[in-house]
Design a protein around this ligand. Structure first.
Ligand SMILES: [Zn+2]
Length: 303
């Protein structure tokens, strides 16, 4: 999976049209699979290039299947950026077909492999955007690849990548300050699925998801019971639902805590695998929302 981007780019290089052949549309858009990647592309590419996201706010990329409109968007794209690392499993076939005609960049595959987390030692965790510092590195690597594909925009891309890196670096420092004031025993983050391992590594949290790395697998009764045991034993004040995952698994955990006499609150809704709706519809606003929600809920003492 990690090397899919290179394979896709190689496949495109073998089949691409001659340079002087007119494009199908005067200004074909850049297409991103997720709203998170679309935001990065809008920051990097000049405003004259339209950026389209296949998935909007609250959409779960693990389960997303392409619609006929998506297939048309992929066919008409100037280039396509996917996240990869197993995130968009049900889009893989459509992306491979697209790569025979136009460049498809797998952004997650551009990240230094040693910076990725492998929970089972084999499959990389794709949720690296929850570490703003690592997302900064990812967007830099994406800008480099885009500059090679679009050499006429290389200077613009590098200038805009520097600007984006500055703002992501500031966001990372802000999150470290904001979360750094939480006592050590409050740094336990329980969410609907295992999306926050990079967040935990970057900002010093132990993290647990009711469901696993992908939402394609339901939580087992044993997993739910183990989480309830943990929340009761550690007197954890809050757990979190996610905007792209049904609430029932987290609600079952809360109910289990109540039956054991431990009042654990719903700490709020996090945007795990998609950006939020306006006004949280940028990466920066979504990240700030998540950090502020976690800090506030875990700082508040148990009633
Ligand atoms: Zn996920």
């Amino acid at each position: 999976m990690r090397y899919l981007c290179f394979l896709l780019l190689a496949a495109w290089a073998c089949t691409k049209q001659p340079e002087n052949r007119p494009a199908a549309s005067p200004s074909p858009p850049a297409v991103a699979t997720t709203s998170i990647l679309a935001d990065a592309l809008r920051q990097l590419l000049p405003d004259s290039i339209e950026v389209v996201a296949l998935m909007g706010p609250g959409v779960d990329p693990h389960l997303y299947k392409p619609t006929p409109a998506d297939l048309q968007r992929l066919q008409q794209a100037r280039l396509v950026v996917s996240h990869g690392l197993g995130l968009e499993g049900r889009l893989l076939e459509a992306l491979q077909a697209t790569a025979r005609r136009r460049p498809v960049v797998e952004a997650g595959g551009l990240v230094d492999e040693t910076l990725l987390i492998y929970p089972d030692r084999q499959t990389p965790d794709p949720h690296l955007w929850h570490d703003a510092g690592l997302w900064r590195e990812s967007t830099y690597a994406l800008a480099d690849t885009l500059a090679r594909l679009l050499p006429e925009l290389a200077e613009t891309l590098r200038r805009r990548a520097d600007r984006l890196a500055d703002s992501l670096g500031a966001l990372d420092r802000w999150a470290k300050d904001e979360l750094g004031s939480l006592p050590a025993d409050r740094r336990l983050l329980v969410t609907a699925h295992d999306a926050f391992a990079y967040f935990g590594r970057a900002y010093g949290f132990e993290v647990h998801g009711v469901q696993g790395l992908s939402t394609t697998a339901e939580a087992g009764l044993h997993d739910v019971q183990q989480l309830i045991d943990l929340l009761v034993a550690r007197r954890v004040p809050a757990v979190f639902v996610e905007s792209s995952v049904p609430r029932r698994s987290v609600e079952a955990v809360l109910e289990g805590c109540r039956k054991r006499g431990h009042v654990c609150r719903l700490g709020g809704e996090l945007h795990s695998d998609a950006l939020g709706a306006p006004p949280d519809d940028s990466y920066a606003a979504t990240f700030r929302h998540n950090v502020a929600t976690i800090a506030q809920a875990l700082r508040t003492p148990q009633p």
